[in-house]
Design a protein around this ligand. Structure first.
Ligand SMILES: [Fe+2]
Ligand SMILES: [Fe+2]
Length: 152
């Protein structure tokens, strides 16, 4: 299944959305890899690109959270670190040739990555939306928002 960008995924109407679209594109590339049965090296190359871009994006997003005094910064940062650890584990498992046929591993990895991205963007990143809006002077002031207790 190829992931499609939807407006409901919009967080900031700017660089964060552009990052998410790019991450989605990389994961779709992996999905094509899984469907077409390309080589392990090609699959790993995509995963390395994903890891590099995800790390860059996470830093950018955390920087934005600090600027808007996001109250769940620490918890969110921890989620990012866990996602990168998971990605590292996936890469290591693929490299080690875990025994299962490559196409099966690729399909499972693809499903996991899709879940990984969509779940994080839709459940966690979207909670920043009100804070980013406030920073742009559109919505309630930031100090009021920070007083609202929302789960991280
Ligand atoms: Fe995030
Ligand atoms: Fe994000």
């Amino acid at each position: 299944m190829v992931l499609r960008w939807r407006d409901k995924m919009k967080v900031d109407g700017g660089v964060i959305d552009a990052d998410h679209r790019h991450l989605l594109d990389i994961i779709n590339r992996f999905e094509n890899f899984a469907a077409d049965g390309l080589t392990l090296d090609e699959g790993l190359e995509i995963l390395f690109a994903l890891k590099f871009y995800a790390a860059t994006h996470f830093k950018r997003e955390e920087g934005l959270q600090l600027r808007v005094n996001y109250p769940h910064y620490e918890a969110h940062k921890k989620q990012h670190a866990e996602l990168l650890d998971q990605l590292t584990a996936i890469i290591e498992a693929l490299r080690g040739g875990a025994g299962a046929p490559l196409d099966q591993v690729a399909r499972e990895t693809s499903a996991l990555l899709q879940h990984w991205l969509m779940d994080h963007v839709l459940k966690s990143d979207l909670k920043m939306k009100a804070f980013v809006k406030a920073m742009h002077g559109d919505g309630p002031p930031l100090d009021e928002l920070s007083a609202i207790d929302m789960p991280g």
